[in-house]
Design a protein around this ligand. Sequence first.
Ligand SMILES: NC(=O)c1ccc[n+]([C@@H]2O[C@H](COP(=O)([O-])OP(=O)(O)OC[C@H]3O[C@@H](n4cnc5c(N)ncnc54)[C@H](OP(=O)(O)O)[C@@H]3O)[C@@H](O)[C@H]2O)c1
Length: 336
Amino acid sequence: MYSIELSGPTISTIKRVSIPEPGNVGHGQALVRMRAAAFNYLDRLVATGGYPGALYPNIPVADGAGEVIAVGDGVENVGVGDHVAVHPKALWIAGRGTDRNNGAMRGVTIPGSLVELALVDAASLVVAPAHLGFEAIASLPIPATTGWNALRAGEITPGSTVVLPGTGVTALQTLQLAKAAGARVIITSSSDEKLERAKVLGADEGINYRATPDWQDEVLRMTDGLGADLVLETTGTDTFSRSLKAVRHGGTVYAIGFVSGRDTPLDLLAVIGKAIRVIGGNTGSAADFQAATDAISAHRIEPVIAQAFSVGDISDAYAALQKGGQFGKIAITLDW
Ligand SMILES: NC(=O)c1ccc[n+]([C@@H]2O[C@H](COP(=O)([O-])OP(=O)(O)OC[C@H]3O[C@@H](n4cnc5c(N)ncnc54)[C@H](OP(=O)(O)O)[C@@H]3O)[C@@H](O)[C@H]2O)c1
């Protein structure tokens, strides 16, 4: 069968290879015919040597989706014919993260989604929302699980205010889940056009962070000086101290990313003075993803797909990932 191999920490090492088919389907396992995958920022880091601990050579891409074609003894959560999303944290099934269950990450330290057949523990599969195709299903695991856990950490209820710096893929799915939860969403972007598109998705207000670098003041103005209940911190260096200013007393800054860098000055008085909860997030468990998927099904949420590539054009897909700037996911159709 075919797979895509990332032989080393540079995109130029991407190639299609033939590998042996998986063996027998064991107890608790499922065999999945993979049908689509979708990129996250993480996959860009892995393909450019920016992710510590990534394994090479490996089958890349964390998030994927497919159809179950066989199950082993004792499997009850999925059956043959089910369309499923494959949770990327292969060993983190439920409960809190540990070094062990966090360490096994598909497409990073264990084989990922760009493969014809995947033999996986069935417990790491989530039956997909019935209204979505494979590319959309593959777009969900990391962003939806992360967004779901951010909203839970921020105790978001109808009427809460959520601030999303940037219109990245995680922010967009968090926007959709936040609107489904009844929250008010303020989103920022470098692009007025992206802000308009975010409003079509349900964002209540948009701030161009290039035109208004002190966007945190604008958040305070929009909330009558109160501040937001939750800021999803995806950016790191450029935004972290602004996020602390944008959040309300007792509010939550949910730190997940660092697209502008990992180092940030931290004014402890800002955290202490407003009793801010700074919480780190590292995706979450398959059970968290199941909860997010239930909400996506109930609200018929459709993730935004910017572009879908055939697996035959995988180099072009990676080039688009590296270029960045899309509004929505880059998906890969596994049409070998
Ligand atoms: N810890 C976790 O579990 C977890 C889960 C998901 C993602 N992440 C991390 O979160 C980050 C975002 O991931 P992603 O996949 O959503 O990325 P992405 O789709 O590549 O989005 C990145 C976005 O960041 C925005 N941005 C860049 N500089 C900014 C600035 N100075 N202020 C505000 N926004 C800025 C841009 O928004 P505009 O184009 O609108 O300007 C850009 O589209 C990455 O570091 C990723 O590794 C972590």
